[in-house]
Design a protein around this ligand. Structure first.
Ligand code: SAM
Ligand code: SF4
Ligand code: SF4
Length: 345
């Protein structure tokens, strides 16, 4: 149910719940659809051209992004994560972050990056007001890392980026590792060993059937329990309570006090019932599910201003009934799906 939006104030004046009773709390916003990597599970080089990317004019500009985020906050969003493609390729990103950081009602401002350009930008991102960082890191082995980036990345750059982020004042950085059986499952223990005791939080993510170009197969998925058991056998773990209801990662702590690890189990243990997340692509399309076939163009409402936009978002959200991961493998879950690099994870 969407209540009327009656004010231009950016603080929430309406609470939109979808058809399954889920409020809108969390926004992932892609600031660019281009990437300097070609990770085979996301943007395989043989399917996505080197020069892939919207022309700059098709991307929302900073004024539009600010209005858009204010509109989402008005409908109930409290957490914003900037993503891509690779968000650090977006020109003048710190300027955008400073504008978003000043929006009243937004409690959390985070960003996900592959880390390749992080060393040179970490300080500016922090100074601009970015609160939290996630760095994707699928392997420590340099040859495997390069292969997993589609031949583009250097693990030394990602590690230097993490060190620079630490030096810039980012605490508890999240490190995302997508595990694929037979590809990088040998990296689980080296990664866990590397980040134990670092104060950062390594998270293992089940390989998902996002989009239609990555050749996903269920045989490649390593269920989180298997990863957890492998780590537990080496460094005993104990379950930790979630930070809040609907937290995507299940948390475990090292019994010897070496910090924590997380598991994102959207294939083996779907969490659609607690999914409060909307996604917006760099050209302003709203996707109400990571596996949605189609987006809703927000630009016409955006041109009418924040109150009209908020009303429009609330209407779209109240019509939402997505629960792809719970329906995976059934006829109801077949058909076209948006690509991961357009909506950013
Ligand atoms: N380029 C940035 C990066 O890689 O961190 C941000 C965008 S990327 C699409 C966001 C996250 O999605 C990354 O952590 C990536 O590993 C993850 N991802 C991409 N394809 C995936 C898939 N098929 N299954 C699970 N996670 C995936
Ligand atoms: Fe680029 Fe991130 Fe996708 Fe890799 S996962 S291709 S770094 S957008
Ligand atoms: Fe949310 Fe869709 Fe993922 Fe379910 S499948 S958790 S509804 S994004």
């Amino acid at each position: 149910m969407a209540a009327a939006v009656t004010s231009t104030d950016t603080r929430p004046t309406t609470a939109a719940s979808d058809r399954l009773g889920r409020p809108l709390r969390d926004l992932r916003l892609s600031v660019i659809d281009a990437c300097n990597f070609r990770c085979p599970y996301c943007m395989p080089a043989d399917r996505i051209a080197d020069d892939h990317g919207l022309d700059a004019a098709s991307r929302l500009d900073f004024d539009e992004i600010e209005t858009l985020v204010r509109g989402f906050v008005q409908v109930g969003v409290r957490k914003l994560r900037l993503t891509g493609g690779e968000p650090l390729l977006r020109r003048r990103l710190p300027e955008l972050i400073a504008r978003l950081a000043s929006i009243a009602g937004l409690d959390d401002l985070a960003l996900t990056t592959n880390g390749a350009l992080l060393a040179g930008q970490a300080h500016a991102l922090r100074t601009a007001g970015l609160q939290r960082l996630t760095v994707s890191l699928d392997a420590l082995d340099p040859v495997l890392y390069r292969q997993l980036s589609g031949g583009r990345g250097d693990v030394g750059h990602a590690l230097a980026g993490i060190a620079a982020a630490e030096a810039a004042g980012f605490g508890a950085i999240k490190l995302n590792c997508v595990v694929q059986r037979g590809i990088n499952d040998g990296e689980i223990l080296p990664l866990a060993g590397h980040f134990r005791g670092s104060g950062h939080v390594l998270r293992f993510i089940e390989y998902m059937d996002v989009g239609t170009c990555n050749g996903w197969s269920a045989a490649r998925v390593v269920p989180s329990v298997e990863i957890r058991d492998a780590i537990h056998a080496r460094w005993p773990l104990r379950p930790l309570a979630p930070h809040y209801r609907g937290e995507v990662a299940t948390r475990y702590g090292f019994e010897d006090g070496g910090g924590e690890v997380g598991f994102v189990s959207s294939v083996s243990t779907p969490f659609c019932g607690d999914c409060h997340r909307a996604r917006v692509s760099a050209d302003g399309k709203l996707y109400t599910c990571l596996f949605a076939g189609q987006g809703h163009d927000l630009r016409p409402a955006l041109r009418e201003g924040q109150p009209a936009l908020a009303q429009h978002i609330a209407g779209l959200w109240s019509d939402r009934a997505d629960r792809y991961s719970e329906l995976r493998g059934t006829r109801a879950a077949s058909g076209k799906r948006v690509e991961m690099f357009l909506v950013g994870g």
